[in-house]
Design a protein around this ligand. Structure first.
Ligand code: A3D
Length: 312
């Protein structure tokens, strides 16, 4: 007998609310939308609103708005969006102190209430927050990842499809590295319907797409002014949760704990991983040329600098 899966969403803000909506629409499981007591009305309101929509559309999964960690206990998957988003002019690193404080609280509660969950962190600065999470919650390395690569890759794919005027379904691509302005879109490995992208667009157009991808987060912050992107980040995190819950074994870019791969040891970094019922089941290491390796090393040094400043 199978039971309905349980999804714990820590943070019921912009991304959290969209995560709850998409999880229910995909019938992934029952959702607890958790936030601090000051946001009790917000999460209870979003839960009720989404439950009423589920009646219209006929979904059987339910959302519970809660400020009690007991309601998160027993979650199969947890997605963390607790934290402050950027405002115009801020870098993700500017969020470190305030979001680390929040992460200490969240990670300690995960350790106590849901130590067996597959945990996906979305809070920024992404690679440092997932590092702190794993250390504080003492999660096994295969049960904890950071979401950034799926979003960065989907931005890149979108810009490619727009530039070519072709369907996004046929764009295959990968963005590696840290979730910062020196992330590494692998142009040479990108194909459109099996045809190398480098044969389809001139160098200057490719460079412009890489630049716009790297600055994709800031472009949204500049438009929204009061916060950062939330629709695409929510969908991206759900694709990772779904691959775990349904044992899809998708290969998705994610921040995973590296132990020697890519010459990196003891840091979370964006690489292609296989996500299935076992969590992170594989870490893939595609062949890179010298300039790709150099770009990845530059991205790693930025991540390392931020992570090394984290005092746990
Ligand atoms: P927002 O709408 O402010 O929601 C954050 C929520 O977290 C608020 O409702 C807070 O009340 C709640 N919160 C604060 N402290 C706690 C706590 N201790 N326990 C539980 N909940 C708490 O932000 P958002 O949803 O727009 O963004 C959330 C985070 O995601 C930010 O750190 C963003 O920088 C980050 N983000 C990451 C990406 C990536 O691709 C990695 C993309 C977009 C945003």
């Amino acid at each position: 007998q199978t039971r309905k899966k349980k999804i714990g969403l820590i943070g019921g803000g912009q991304i959290g609310g969209n995560l709850a909506l998409i999880a229910v629409q995909k019938s992934l499981g029952d959702v607890t939308l958790f936030d601090i007591p000051a946001a009790e009305g917000l999460v209870k309101g979003k839960a009720l609103d989404i439950n009423q929509l589920s009646a219209v559309d006929g979904y059987d999964c339910r959302v519970t708005g809660s400020t009690d960690w007991k309601d998160v206990a027993g979650s199969d998957v947890i997605i963390i969006t607790a934290g402050v988003p950027r405002k115009p002019g801020m870098s993700r690193e500017d969020l470190l102190d305030i979001n680390l404080k929040i992460m200490r609280d969240v990670a300690a509660n995960i350790k106590q209430h849901a130590p067996n969950a597959f945990v996906i962190n979305v809070a920024n600065p992404l690679d440092a927050m997932v590092f702190a999470l794993q250390k504080i919650a003492e999660l096994p390395k295969h049960m904890v990842v950071g979401m950034a690569g799926v979003l960065d890759t989907s931005r890149f794919k979108f810009f490619v499809a727009e530039a070519l005027g072709s369907s996004i379904r046929d764009v295959e691509a990968l963005v590696l590295g840290g979730h910062g302005d020196d992330m590494v879109p692998l142009v040479r490995h990108t194909t459109v319907g099996g045809v190398p992208l480098t044969e389809l667009l001139p160098q200057d157009k490719l460079e412009a797409i890489v630049k716009r991808t790297r600055e994709g987060g800031a472009e949204l912050v500049g438009l929204y002014k009061t916060g950062s992107a939330y629709f695409a980040p929510a969908s991206s995190a759900i694709s990772m949760a779904e691959s775990f819950l349904l044992d899809r074994k998708r290969i998705l870019p994610a921040a995973a704990l590296l132990e020697g791969q890519y010459g990196i040891n003891g840091y979370f970094f964006g690489v292609p991983v296989q996500i299935g019922a076992g969590g992170v089941e594989k870490i893939l290491t595609p062949q890179l040329n010298d300039s790709e390796k150099a770009a990845l090393e530059k991205s790693f040094q930025s991540v390392k600098k931020t992570v090394d400043s984290v005092k746990l």
